[in-house]
Design a protein around this ligand. Structure first.
Ligand SMILES: [Cu+2]
Length: 452
């Protein structure tokens, strides 16, 4: 470790850097001092404790290599803050004077940019432009007043490509001072998470920072389904979800069973006249979106990115499309050469989730997760909103599956009676399949020289 630029005496004056050793969702941190507020819940994360020092809220972030469990059985070697990636959520109140000590325990220099904040230019954290970089072993101090309420994030502005690909990021929530606030509703549940993508080769541990678009892990707070906790709420709760995107592509976040409104961005609260109902909202690169809805439908409702490749884990993208191809006899022949070989994709890709193919060590299955009715065949950016009438206020525990209490007759099920004939689209009459079918046949040789 390089020598610190801060003396021992000065270090003792710095607040303790609280560490987190696990990836479970921490209960909301009720503010022990300072202005009161309703705390957020960071999905599979936690809020950084602070200390008050002569009216200033003091935090201590430590940038360092971490081991992040992305899902049970799969961990990645990332860079983060205070033992985890993402770093802890910082929660303050509009008007708070905030001092953040940042210690660099990485092998290279770093800085912290406070994305979306109004602050003095020299506190903006762009190394080379607004400050010298924080060298390994050094501690820097940032200080400013949290001027406007909203949902923000922090991340390095130094060797950004590498440091963000390695997981360096965190959420920052500035709660409103005025309550009730005309544009910021009081909510019963306030969740937050960051979207990040990684490229970790199956069987390895460290993301490849050079990857630009072809990532294989799509994460919420550096977790992948089934490692992402569910959103557990009480029937009738007003629920807020704050989502920030630090990947290289956009993510249409989709909620089942409810309509929501986008009530804020990193630019601040959205005027009421500019809100409209949605069930999906696109979160573009570098953006934050705050969605709100009343959880008034009981059940287990999927919440996910609507890009279907983002609800999968690491896979071989170069798999040929074999849907409809008859493999019979082929597998047996290949198995003689490669004992673990499995033919997949003949009937679709669901086979891949069902057949438990041997995976390299430290690899998450591509499509996985088991629900009360069978395989979910999901991965990546997927979770569940669990709405229950008997979920106690302030209780964030997983209530189990809705299937165990779904009222009779409210679940789709196999039909045993006579099936009515389906009318064909063209005539509106029952179809005479096979009778008038027309086939176009092309001789294989016709295309040999590019002719059609
Ligand atoms: Cu996505």
């Amino acid at each position: 470790m390089a020598a610190s630029s801060v003396s021992r005496v000065a270090l003792s004056a710095i607040p303790e850097a609280v560490q987190q050793s696990h990836a479970q969702t921490a209960p909301p941190l009720m503010p022990p001092n300072g202005r009161p507020y309703n705390p957020v819940v960071t999905l599979n994360g936690w809020t950084l404790p602070w200390r008050m020092n002569a009216g200033v809220k003091e935090f201590h972030l430590v940038a360092e290599p971490v081991v992040r469990e992305m899902a049970p059985g799969f961990s990645a070697h990332l860079w983060g803050y205070n033992g985890q990636s993402p770093g802890p959520t910082i929660e303050v109140v509009e008007g708070d004077r905030v001092r953040i000590y940042v210690t660099n325990r990485l092998p290279e220099h770093t800085s912290v940019h406070w994305h979306g904040q109004r602050l003095p230019n020299g506190m903006d954290g762009v190394s080379g432009l607004t400050q010298p970089a924080i060298q390994p072993g050094q501690t820097f101090v940032y200080e400013f007043t949290a001027r406007r309420p909203g949902t923000f994030m922090y991340h390095p502005h130094a060797d950004e490509m590498t440091q963000m690909a390695m997981g360096m990021m965190g959420l920052w929530i500035t709660h409103p001072k005025q309550r009730p606030h005309p544009l910021i509703a009081e909510v019963q549940r306030d969740f937050c998470f960051l979207l990040a993508s990684y490229d970790v080769e199956p069987g390895s541990y460290t993301p490849k920072p050079m990857t630009m678009t072809d990532f294989n892990l799509w994460t919420w707070n550096s977790r992948i389904f089934p490692g992402i906790d569910s959103f557990n709420v009480r029937l009738g709760d007003r629920v807020r979800m704050r989502v920030g995107n630090l990947t290289m592509t956009n993510h249409p976040i989709h909620l089942h069973g409810h309509e929501f409104e986008v009530t804020g961005t990193d630019g601040g609260p959205v005027p009421k006249s500019a809100r409209w109902p949605e069930v999906t909202t696109d979160v573009a690169v570098g953006q934050m979106r705050q969605i709100e809805f009343i959880a008034d439908e009981e059940g287990d409702w999927a919440v996910h990115c609507h890009k279907s490749h983002h609800t999968m884990n690491a896979m071989g993208h170069n798999v040929p499309n074999l849907i409809g191809v008859d493999h019979s006899g082929l597998a047996a022949k290949i198995t003689r050469l490669i004992p673990d070989y499995m033919v997949m994709g003949e009937r679709g890709m669901a086979d891949m989730a069902e057949m438990e193919m041997p995976l390299p060590e430290n690899t998450a299955p591509m499509m996985t997760g088991t629900g009360p009715y069978g395989g979910l065949e999901m991965g990546g950016m997927f979770s569940v909103l669990k709405v229950r009438r008997d979920q106690k206020p302030g209780d964030y525990q997983d209530p189990g599956w809705w299937a165990e209490r779904a009222p009779k007759g409210t679940v789709a099920s196999a039909y045993a009676g006579p099936v009515p004939q389906a009318p064909s689209a063209a005539s509106g009459k029952p179809s005479a399949a096979g009778k008038d079918a027309e086939l176009k046949v092309r001789k294989p040789s016709a295309n040999a020289h590019g002719s059609h």
